[in-house]
Design a protein around this ligand. Structure first.
Ligand code: AMP
Ligand code: MG
Length: 324
């Protein structure tokens, strides 16, 4: 059985935090809110505990985990930081930006999917930070969904996928950003690579480093293993809707997007005010349409590719990859 405890995000109850921290310290699994999506946490330095994450999610073992820390000093104890990563951490942490850097020996190979590098991030959520501090260990945490499914942005979605598979869920309400962190490889300061677009926009990072982020080529070992897999998909087909392309909409289809496609008839629509709200609501929208037993989900293709739209496009493409 999985226990869920409600916790006030702005004033996390110390007793509940120490209960969750104790579970982590003894090798158990705790789901917790971050500003991006809910994470499924385990002691990052305990290989057996980390194994349980892969089992609970059904995650391929070559897809490494992000280590969540509460300070830059803690990150320094795990990876070899350089000047540029320190600078970026000072500007953007806590926040939805993950650094891939050469790993120190202390990180078990299982946590880093057998790689010589590891991913670290400081999440911008008081519950997450209190938990990492109380546990006093780095917490390995992928998103708290079954592998391949939409990431959970509230505790109910975590429960749906993880009940009976994990020990504890900290319910801190719904997450703000709604898509996962941006992952960059900063191990070579001359060539910083964007491995996964996400909650921190490319433009903001490029302004801080005063140069363009580069893309690893298709054969590069530097690619993020996680981006090889189909991902983020609900149990019903997701199809992409582009403004300039005519389509037939089958009965019992749902729609999500920022524009109202007036001429098209949908059983249900979720119209978002802007791209940020779209990113925030995409995964929960997938799960809502799933619960309502719709036959198809049509998602609007974001027209421009700036800000959160880049991460949103990536999630949409992966969710819809069988039908593109
Ligand atoms: P998730 O925790 O499911 O949001 O996924 C974390 C992402 O970070 C995945 O795409 C991983 O492949 C990626 N990642 C974690 N560690 C590394 C690493 N050492 N090198 C490259 N990508 C990584
Ligand atoms: Mg994930």
């Amino acid at each position: 059985m999985t226990i869920t405890a409600k916790i006030n995000k702005w004033n996390p109850d110390k007793k509940i935090i120490s209960q969750a921290a104790e579970i982590l310290r003894s090798g158990g699994l705790v789901a917790f809110p971050t500003e991006t999506v809910y994470g499924l946490g385990a002691d990052a330095l305990n290989s057996e505990a980390v194994r349980k994450i892969y089992l609970a999610k059904g995650r391929p073992s070559d897809n490494p985990l992000i280590l969540h820390v509460h300070s830059i000093a803690q990150a320094e104890s795990l990876v070899f930081m350089n000047e540029i990563s320190r600078k970026l951490a000072k500007i953007f942490w806590p926040g939805p930006l993950t650094f891939v850097l050469p790993a120190r020996e202390i990180i078990p190979l299982r946590t880093r999917g057998g790689l010589e590098t590891a991913a670290v991030r400081m999440p911008d959520n008081p519950v997450a930070l209190a938990l990492i501090e109380a546990a006093n260990i780095p917490i390995a945490a992928p998103s708290a969904n079954l592998s391949g499914r939409p990431s959970p942005t509230d505790s109910e979605s975590v429960y749906q996928d993880m009940n009976g598979r994990i020990d504890f869920i900290l319910d801190g309400g719904s997450t703000e950003v709604g898509i996962e962190s941006t992952v960059i490889d900063v191990s070579n300061p001359e060539k910083i690579l964007m491995l996964r677009p996400g909650g921190m926009s490319r433009e903001i990072i490029e302004e801080a480093i005063n140069t363009k982020l580069q893309v690893p080529d298709n054969t590069s070992k530097k690619r993020s293993p996680g981006t090889r897999y189909k991902h983020y998909s609900p149990a019903i087909p997701v199809k992409i809707l582009r403004r300039d392309k005519a389509v037939n909409i089958p009965d019992n289809s749902g729609f999500m997007g920022v524009n109202n496609f007036d001429g098209l008839k949908f059983a249900e629509k979720i119209i978002f005010d802007d791209i940020n709200n779209y990113a925030h609501g995409l995964f929960s929208g997938f799960r809502k349409f799933e619960r309502e037993n719709l036959d198809y989900i049509f998602v609007e293709w974001p027209e421009d590719n700036t800000g959160l739209a880049e991460g949103l496009r990536d999630r949409i493409l992966r969710a819809a990859c069988d039908y593109v």
